[in-house]
Design a protein around this ligand. Structure first.
Ligand SMILES: *Cc1c(COP(=O)(O)O)cnc(C)c1O
Length: 308
């Protein structure tokens, strides 16, 4: 079970639960069967609510799927609080809490894909902490090595671990490995990143940076007539550009507004990587004020240059 607009990677299982067609289209014939839950869309809420004070009304759509399919579902896989590749869609902790409750009630494992959100990105070590929940399995990567070496972890509960653990003679094991599993160099980079995070109080510094960055982006862009929404959590800030603010009407994709802003910014030395018309900033937790100032200044200029 997974949400619409989910992104979980590009191996067959991960692609199957992904909800962004762009990645999976040509593999459709060989993808696994899954239950797709229509997920939160807070900017264009189907229930006319606001992200900050809703009651996660849209969860009733997930609830329906639990009722129908819980018996055949092994896990609900979710990106906690931010669906990144799907457009930096931020949704409230309440929704995640409801997923946890339903998973427990229906006896379905909850897998939190924190590959993008883990290690301080959202202002907490893990995004799940915002909702005060704990998954049965958590997927970690990206920030784990600060991006310097490839390394990923699946961390699980004692209960799941024990299910695969037995005396050697029983011949029971979780046989799922890769040539470079547990690569010592990558492990050592990960250990060092974790030490640096503690020793240099990276999380605290990231929180200060996040406050500064979000305010800066808001001041520079909130009044622009084509800025539909600025959404932020920790050091993720996303700016959704629209043709019409009032109606939230999207730009014609053929105009490729995001791409043109990207090209312009690149010529001025800033590498953005928009998702369609969603420009987002996902900088190192250790970004400096000068860097934030210049990134926001250049991006704002470029948006003004492209959309007149
Ligand atoms: C980047 C990302 C992945 C992909 O991880 P791989 O190690 O490349 O398979 C999966 N899920 C999320 C949420 C990501 O952001």
């Amino acid at each position: 079970m997974a949400l619409s607009d989910a992104y979980h990677g590009e191996t067959i299982g991960a692609l199957s639960i992904g909800g962004v067609d762009l990645y999976s289209q040509i593999y459709k014939p060989i993808l696994l069967d899954i239950v797709r839950v229509s997920g939160p869309d807070c900017y264009r809420c189907r229930y006319g609510q606001k992200r900050d004070n809703c009651d996660a009304e849209c969860f009733k759509e997930a609830e329906k799927c639990f009722k129908l399919y819980a018996d055949e579902i092994c896990a609900f896989v979710v990106e906690p609080l931010v669906q990144c590749a799907g457009g930096m869609r931020i949704y409230p902790p309440k929704y995640l809490k409801k997923i946890r409750q339903a998973c427990s009630r229906y006896n379905v494992h909850l897998i939190a894909d924190e590959i993008a959100t883990g290690f301080g990105r959202t202002g907490k070590m893990f995004a799940c902490e915002h909702a005060g929940i704990s998954p049965d399995i958590i997927c970690l990567s990206k920030g784990l090595t600060g991006g310097y070496l490839p390394m990923a972890l699946a961390v699980t509960t004692q209960e799941i671990y024990d299910a695969f653990y037995a005396d050697y003679n029983e011949g029971k094991a979780f046989m799922h490995s890769h040539t470079y599993s547990g690569n010592p160099l990558a492990c050592s980079a990960a250990n060092e990143v974790l030490s640096v995070m503690q020793e240099e109080q990276i999380l605290e510094k990231a929180t200060e940076n996040a406050g500064y960055f979000t305010q800066l982006i808001s001041e520079s862009l909130k009044n622009h007539k084509n800025v539909g929404e600025i959404r932020s959590i920790g050091l993720i800030n996303a700016v959704e550009l629209v043709e019409e603010r009032e109606t939230k009407l999207a730009f014609d994709p053929k105009l490729r507004i995001g791409y043109h802003v990207y090209k312009r910014a690149l010529s001025k030395g800033v590498l953005l990587r928009p998702l369609g018309d969603v420009l987002y900033f996902n900088p190192p937790l250790t970004i400096t004020r000068e860097e934030m100032d210049s990134v926001v200044k250049i991006s704002t200029e470029c948006i003004r240059d492209i959309i007149i």
